[in-house]
Design a binder for this molecule. Structure first.
Ligand code: GH3
Ligand code: MG
Ligand code: MG
Length: 313
């Protein structure tokens, strides 16, 4: 969403220069904060989010270094900077200004029109950058989310899984991988229609997500197949959580078009006390085999498997 008013920071040891820029910028509807010292500037940076910076090269401690330290903060790494100098412009200073992130080097005495053009260019660049970042975030979200359920999609689930596996290896911690599949879902679709099936997928996702922790990773990895990674969770708690997912779904009264549609899930849980050298493929195979067993020994149940170092893959 475009911002209405740009916020500028002016730092210059010359109070009269600060006042001049302050008056000019305010006249042109910028919100401007001016100060004379690097320390004050850093305090303001903490308090506000600025869209562009105007920094005097001769402030205490040096304007270039102040720019460098501000731009080392993640939220300021792309913020446009204009340096203000009272010295003669020479190629070396110009290069130095560019090296320290300066888009412009403005020589005093101020030239109003030039300064205004520079301010407007910096703000335009900043706003375009913000918009681009926002779109990138949205694209990221779309690329990682399942449209129907809002859960992580298959791609993102496995990205997160790899991250968690690496973390578990580093910390030598245990986790559980749970594979979940809705029972007789083809029959449900055939009986109540595909839209009813979609509504069930949504409700089952909400029911399962409701009681998981923020650190748990839940994704829709296939048509009516889900997976949950429970970090820092051993077999006992893992079985309890899986059992609760099963009962939560079973007891959820899912109605579509006035009809209650009984829905259950089967779950295969693979508990890993310590990942060691286990690969993702081996982990998936174990969880999948446990789920297969749950399917073939009655459905609407959980089957546990536990990794032991002596067991192969
Ligand atoms: P089981 O208990 O053995 O898992 O049986 P099942 O019928 O659930 O398994 P099967 O693999 O035979 O059928 C899965 C069904 O899931 C078939 C497919 O049409 C349905 N399905 C997959 N994705 C979607 C979806 O996005 N929406 C709807 N409505 N149905 C879907
Ligand atoms: Mg299936
Ligand atoms: Mg199924």
């Amino acid at each position: 969403m475009p911002k209405e008013q740009a916020r500028l920071l002016m730092v210059d040891s010359d109070a009269a220069a600060c006042e001049f820029v302050n008056d000019l910028a305010s006249l042109y509807n910028y919100e401007i904060h001016a100060c004379c010292q690097a320390e004050e500037a850093l305090a303001l940076i903490e308090k506000f989010e600025f869209d562009a910076l105007l920094i005097g090269t001769d402030i205490n401690g040096g304007g270039f270094l102040l720019s460098q330290s501000i731009r080392s903060l993640p939220q300021y790494e792309d913020t446009p900077v204009a340096f203000i100098t009272s010295q003669d412009l020479d190629p070396l200073t110009l290069m130095e200004a560019q090296f320290y992130g300066g888009l412009f080097l403005h020589q005093k005495p101020f030239k109003e029109v030039e300064l205004l053009a520079q301010l407007s260019t910096m703000v335009r660049i900043k706003f375009l950058q913000d918009e681009l970042k926002e779109r990138m975030r949205e694209l990221d979200r779309l690329a990682s989310t399942d449209v129907l359920t809002g859960l992580y999609n298959r791609r993102m689930f496995f990205i997160r899984f790899e991250e968690e596996l690496a973390r578990a290896r580093r910390n030598q911690s245990g986790f559980c991988l749970v594979y979940i599949d809705i029972d007789h879902f083809k029959l449900t679709n055939d009986t109540y229609g595909h839209q009813a099936g979609d509504a069930i997928l949504q409700r089952v996702s909400i029911a399962m997500g409701a009681h998981l922790r923020r650190s748990d990773v839940l994704g829709r990895i296939g048509g009516e197949e889900f997976a949950v990674l429970l970090p820092d969770t051993l077999a006992g708690p893992g079985a309890m959580i899986a059992e609760r997912l099963r009962t939560d779904v079973e007891s959820e009264e899912i109605a579509y078009d006035g009809q209650v549609i009984p829905t259950t899930i089967s779950l295969g849980v693979f508990s890993v006390p310590e990942p060691g050298k286990l690969t993702i493929d081996q982990l998936i195979r174990q969880a999948d085999e446990a789920l297969y067993e749950a399917k073939h020994t009655g459905r609407n149940k959980i089957v546990m498997r536990q990794h032991s170092e002596s067991a192969s893959g």
